[in-house]
Design a protein around this ligand. Structure first.
Ligand SMILES: O=P(O)(O)OC[C@H]1O[C@H](O)[C@H](O)[C@@H](O)[C@@H]1O
Length: 550
């Protein structure tokens, strides 16, 4: 769509109507909204798959939601959604289709890209991954010396690390405890060092995950891993085949590196890096949880895909979550969004979402290359909630910033806990419910005074409340539920990018730093000429060389 055919977002009547509505609502109080509508706690809920979504504690009325949906209609969010599912090249700056949804399509589905149905190829790779995973899990695949593989080290970064690393943590209770699974991403040599120092090379498989197979951090770590392996095994290049597999779109680079393409699991350029962990990039996870559970996870993704595609606007959960983010970011000047899981197993979930959301929607120009004059993606942050309560929740409760937050919790503890630990689950969840209650309704000065608090402390002990939250509750954290959760956030991010008219599927903003690192690196070596850097960087490089005695 070009600039002429689409009005500037903030000049549309729908945007103006929302701005006027925001003025008119003023400082709407959640206490008042609940008092006015006793059914709000059940009426403002939606379901998708196993997920129960409560959005009653948001600073919205029925009219707000209608106006937000009008904005989504005016910006044709669903039109772009349909184009994505049809395989159109909606990633315009890279001229690519965006089809992570095809990765979890059932075997008999048809998804066309450039005149070809891609679903058979997706399932062919899944079948190869399954067969390979089973060989590792059963011990049929052995290392160069004939020993069974017991350790898997995934080497990748960004989308080739965060997804599988997060999902491995999330589904730890479903993993095969006999296998050690580690993730190496940082080019800091300490990462690989710590990952392999207690491993027997003869029992170790390296999974080199890189869509492009050119990412400097990954190729450097993979090269060091190969050196470590060959040194430890006192073996030659022929040992590589049993100890290295590649996950990539780039067969040429894989074979240049020395990995037999027979040991490569393929995916395609219509899978974005941050949308890739249900592709071959999930191999380490599949080895850990087994192919059946991996497929259950894909079915969970697919369930939410179908919902996003078919549910009407009033009950479409990704649409709702996307629009709530727009409401706060664009009409309340909220800068950030907290995601606070009440599950130890989701400890890496927010880090994963940071790439998904911030790399997708951290854009300052629209699809036509024009600078936007509205806010785009929020700063996404958070850690498991209970730990956060004793650290940064103070600022959410009593600070000066508006921080909308998602609370994610589960009715059941994971299987396998000792009875005493199972009993702790209610305490965890009591905190989960209490926090959103405290955030929404706070504590008035009168309530504080009624407790006999001296007047000078009353302001300190007052909670203004009115901090908006979404509660996402499910029975338990299963592979399917994890897939559902991730697809929900993927599509939420999609909704926002579509509405803001930005390309959520490129990431040009990561390139400049890579180019400059290449230029700076030679200057760090002893005796090297310092190239033409800016004043600050030249001084810092000189200081670095001085500290290192170069
Ligand atoms: O999978 P790779 O090609 O190695 O890319 C790894 C990551 O690096 C890039 O710089 C991008 O910012 C990410 O989107 C990507 O996931």
């Amino acid at each position: 769509m070009n600039a002429e055919s689409r009005a500037r977002l903030n000049q549309t009547p729908e945007w103006t109507a929302l701005a006027a509505h925001r003025e008119q609502l003023g400082e709407v109080r959640l206490r008042d909204l609940f008092a006015a509508d006793p059914t709000r706690g059940t009426a403002y809920t939606l379901h998708v798959g196993d997920l129960h979504i409560d959005y009653s504690k948001h600073l919205v009325t029925g009219e707000t939601l209608t106006l937000l949906r009008d904005l989504a209609a005016a910006t044709d969010v669903f039109g772009l959604r349909d184009a994505m599912f049809r395989g159109e090249k909606i990633n315009t700056t890279e001229d690519r289709a965006v089809l992570h949804t095809a990765l979890r399509a059932p075997r008999d589905a048809v998804v066309m890209v450039d005149g070809e149905n891609v679903v058979p190829a997706v399932h062919a790779v899944l079948d190869r991954m399954s067969a390979f995973s089973e060989k590792i899990r059963s011990g049929e695949w052995t290392g160069h010396t004939g020993k069974r593989i017991k350790n898997i080290v995934n080497v990748g970064i960004g989308g080739s690390d965060l997804g599988p690393a997060m999902a491995y943590e999330a589904l730890r209770s479903f993993t095969d405890r006999d296998l050690t699974i580690r993730f190496v991403s940082n080019v800091d040599g300490a990462d690989l060092h710590e990952a392999v120092r207690d491993l027997d090379a003869a029992e170790t498989l390296f999974v080199i995950a890189s869509k492009t197979f050119t990412t400097i951090e990954t190729i450097t770590n993979a090269t060091s891993a190969r050196d470590w392996l060959l040194t430890e095994l006192k073996a030659g290049q022929d040992a590589v085949a049993q100890h290295f597999v590649a996950l990539s779109t780039n067969a040429e680079k894989v074979s240049e590196f020395g990995i037999d393409t027979a040991n490569m699991f393929e995916f395609w350029d219509w899978v974005g890096g941050r949308y890739s962990f249900d592709s071959a990039i999930g191999l380490s996870l599949m080895i850990a949880i087994g192919p059946d559970r991996f497929r259950e996870m894909l079915d969970g993704f697919h369930l939410v895909d179908k919902h996003f595609r078919a549910a009407p606007p009033e009950s479409n959960v990704p649409l709702l979550l996307g629009l709530l983010g727009v409401w706060y970011g664009n009409f309340h000047d909220a800068q950030s969004h907290a995601v606070l899981p009440y599950s130890h197993y989701l400890s890496k979930f927010t880090a994963y979402l940071q790439q998904l959301d911030m790399e997708s929607n951290g854009k300052y120009v629209d699809r036509d290359g024009q600078e936007v004059d509205w806010q785009t993606g929020p700063v996404v942050w958070g850690t498991p909630g209970t730990n956060g309560q004793h650290a940064y929740y103070q600022l959410i409760h009593q600070g000066t910033k508006l921080i909308p937050a998602d609370f994610i919790g589960f009715a059941e503890p994971v299987a396998g806990l000792a009875p005493g630990l199972v009993a702790q689950h209610d305490l965890l969840m009591a905190n989960f419910f209490a926090q959103t209650q405290a955030l929404a309704f706070g504590k008035t000065p009168d309530e504080v005074r009624a407790e006999g608090v001296p007047q000078e402390l009353v302001p300190h002990k007052t909670f203004k409340g009115n901090h908006p939250t979404t509660t996402i509750l499910a029975k338990e954290l299963t592979p399917s539920v994890l897939g559902q959760l991730i697809a929900l956030y993927e599509h939420k991010v999609f909704v926002q990018g579509a509405l803001w008219n930005i390309d959520s599927f490129d990431q040009w903003g990561v390139e400049l730093g890579k180019v400059l690192a290449k230029r700076v690196e030679p200057a760090l070596t002893e005796g090297a000429e310092v190239p033409d850097l800016d004043g600050s960087t030249t001084a810092l490089v000189a200081k670095y060389r001085d500290l290192r005695g170069r």
